[in-house]
Ligand binder design. Structure first.
Ligand code: ADP
Ligand code: MG
Length: 223
């Protein structure tokens, strides 16, 4: 009976996800269909339509590629990677985005951070997702702290912001597909990040105070 319950729970999770994906993809598809019809009627309008059509296609492509991460079975982790250069690279990429939002990224890494066996591009994606969220949580600017340290056999990487914080009610929904509070958010970043870190045998935890800021902490096994 227990097995049956688990299976039906799983099915309902899959059903909810499928409904979410269908819903999120239907909107840009409906818009694309409208533009194709417009183009057939008024072929001379094409220049301005194409920009909008391409951005709708980009959105569909993005949603699908995020979901493909979930479809992948356990990743094969075979490369030892140093975390420091990896973090530095991501902070550099995020910096342009941060400066535009009046946000300063401050880093503090322990010396001699060890290497981690990982899928480099996936970890980069996680770091970038968390950094972007931190910046986006501070519409009036502020500081984001990125720290990396070692605790025993664990690497601890944290991203702290001074942003809006997350309410108790919203905390429970983090990582659910399509949960977003942003007008143009997808609500896929955390879902994908949780999945990637779990595949690496790690965990992500969140501490947040409404109005004071949020810390996302990643713990990854070393070795
Ligand atoms: P998106 O960024 O597209 O909304 P995410 O999965 O990255 O999707 O995040 C989901 C939601 O979690 C965000 O819309 C926001 O409400 C909340 N959130 C995530 N990170 C933070 C943060 N650092 N500060 C405040 N809220 C956050
Ligand atoms: Mg995000």
């Amino acid at each position: 009976a227990e097995e049956l319950v688990r299976k039906s729970e799983l099915l309902s999770v899959i059903g909810q996800m499928a409904a979410g994906v269908a819903h999120e993809i239907r909107n840009p598809l409906t818009s694309l269909k409208g533009f194709v019809q417009l183009l057939r009627a008024y072929p001379e309008g094409k220049d301005e339509y194409f920009g909008i059509m391409l951005s709708e296609l980009d959105r569909i492509e993005f949603i699908i590629s995020e979901f493909l991460v979930l479809a992948k079975p356990q990743v094969i982790l075979q490369r030892k990677r140093e975390m420091r250069p990896l973090l530095e690279q991501i902070v550099m990429i995020a910096d342009t985005h941060a400066i535009m939002h009046n946000v300063q990224i401050i880093t503090s890494y322990a010396e001699n951070l060890p290497s981690i066996v990982c899928e480099e591009n996936q970890l980069k994606q996680v770091f970038l997702n968390l950094l972007k969220n931190a910046v986006e949580a501070m519409p009036n600017g502020g500081e984001v702290k990125v720290t990396a340290a070692v605790e025993g056999e664990t690497m601890v990487i944290a991203f702290s912001d001074q942003g809006c914080g997350i309410s108790q009610e919203q905390l429970a929904k983090l990582g659910e597909p399509f949960f977003t509070t942003k007008p143009n958010g997808t609500g896929l970043g955390l879902m994908v990040s949780y999945k990637i870190i779990a595949n690496h045998g790690g965990t992500i935890s969140v501490r947040s105070g409404e109005g004071t800021g949020t810390t996302f902490e990643i713990r990854l096994p070393i070795g």
